[in-house]
Write a protein that binds this ligand. Structure first.
Ligand code: ADP
Ligand code: MG
Length: 359
């Protein structure tokens, strides 16, 4: 066979295989776009596990009519800016997105409808993309002063092979709820509402920025008990800051599903976290038990590479030992200071009823 240049719709479909693995990954990308647009409220709806319909609406900066076709064009992004020297710097990524791949990928495998009003514009505009075919930009109704409404119908209709790999609508819906929770834990100042099949399953109002607001957001997601049983962390070493909350040893789980790590506002899955928590709790927790924790690392973007994975679910630290040492050290310190509190909780629970924090 001769070597051929693949047509753009096919290139996008191939990319979609990595970027949009399942409905929850499409929702993740759309939420990231809303956050990057400065939204203070994100409304998410998903029907049939997100396979029949997804809607993500935000009150962010929105897009002007001329930007809509670019938004769905591959490798077009408003998030990378050549500096004064005309050079792009992939080492300093301050936004959640930067690859310019999500919308074209979704548009290549689904029916994608964008509607948006840019801040300060009178008119709102819409654009449809179906299986990679672009429609025309046309004026549309838009209730909000500014923002975007992104609707995805029939996800993977254009890639039947992928569609076959989807789990039940119920498990896709669970993955969506889990994804929305992760994003919401990273952005306590943004309100999140999630409806699954027309039923509101999550209503998270805006919290104040800072440790108290974040703990309130964590409690709303992880359960009220968490705030009464959590240790606050705040330590900095060599330009890396660790904040967040980790549970007292007595507040543990049978698996590590409730351990969350956020790096510069991005939820990431990293084995570093599990290992660091295990090391820190080794003396106070049985090996088969796992503490609940939500840890936030903030560091200069040049010290962490986010361009590792198409779905940006992994990061690479310039100095992993520093990140791990900081987490283990801060946790040990907090646990040592709370030794008394932990045992109080145990005996109080043993006596029945009373929980610290009044919940
Ligand atoms: N909700 C939104 N509000 C405003 N602009 C958006 C929104 N979603 C997408 N965009 C615009 O479309 C572009 C392409 O989005 P996307 O394909 O997700 O790539 P990336 O986020 O990596 O730039 C973004 O750079 C942004 O300018
Ligand atoms: Mg994006």
């Amino acid at each position: 066979m001769p070597i051929r240049r693949l047509p753009p719709y096919l290139v996008n479909r191939i990319a979609a295989g990595e970027v949009v693995e399942r409905p929850a990954s499409a929702i993740k990308e759309l939420i990231e776009n809303a956050i990057d647009a400065g939204a203070s409220r994100v409304e998410i709806q998903a029907d049939g596990g997100g396979l029949s319909r997804i809607l993500v609406a935000d009150d962010g900066s929105g897009m002007a009519a001329g930007e809509l076709p670019l938004a769905v064009e591959r490798h077009a992004t408003s998030k990378l800016d050549p500096g004064g020297d005309g050079l792009y710097d992939l080492l300093r990524i301050a936004t959640l997105g930067f690859r310019g791949e999500a919308l074209p990928s979704i548009g290549a495998v689904a029916r994608l409808a964008l509607a948006s009003r840019a801040r300060g514009e009178a008119e709102a505009h819409a654009l449809l993309v179906e299986g990679g075919c672009l429609g025309a930009v046309s004026p549309c109704a838009f209730a909000e002063a500014h923002g975007a409404r992104i609707e995805v119908r029939d996800l993977f209709y254009a890639t039947p092979a992928r569609l076959k790999f989807m789990k039940s609508a119920r498990s896709e819906a669970m993955a969506i709820a889990e994804e929305v929770k992760r994003q919401a834990m990273a952005q306590e100042t943004v309100a999140f509402h999630l409806d699954l099949d027309g039923r509101r399953v999550l209503r998270l109002e805006r919290e104040a920025a800072g440790a108290n607001g974040r703990l309130a957001r964590l409690a709303a997601i992880l359960g009220r008990d968490f705030s009464g049983n959590a240790l606050a962390l705040d330590q900095e070493r060599d330009g890396v800051r660790l904040t967040g909350h980790a549970a007292l040893p007595t507040y543990n789980r049978g698996n590590s599903a409730h351990q969350y790590l956020f790096v510069n506002g991005r939820p990431v899955r990293d084995r570093l976290l599990q290992g660091a928590l295990r090391a820190a709790y080794a003396d106070v927790l049985a090996r088969d038990r796992h503490p609940v924790a939500a840890l936030y690392l903030d560091l200069d973007p040049v010290l962490v590479d986010v361009n590792v994975h198409p779905a940006k679910a992994e990061v690479r630290f310039r100095d992993p030992a520093l990140a791990r040492g900081l987490i283990v050290g801060a946790l040990r310190h907090a646990l040592a200071g709370a030794g008394h509190r932990a045992s109080t909780t145990v005996s109080a629970q043993a006596l029945g009823g009373f929980r610290p924090g009044g919940s």
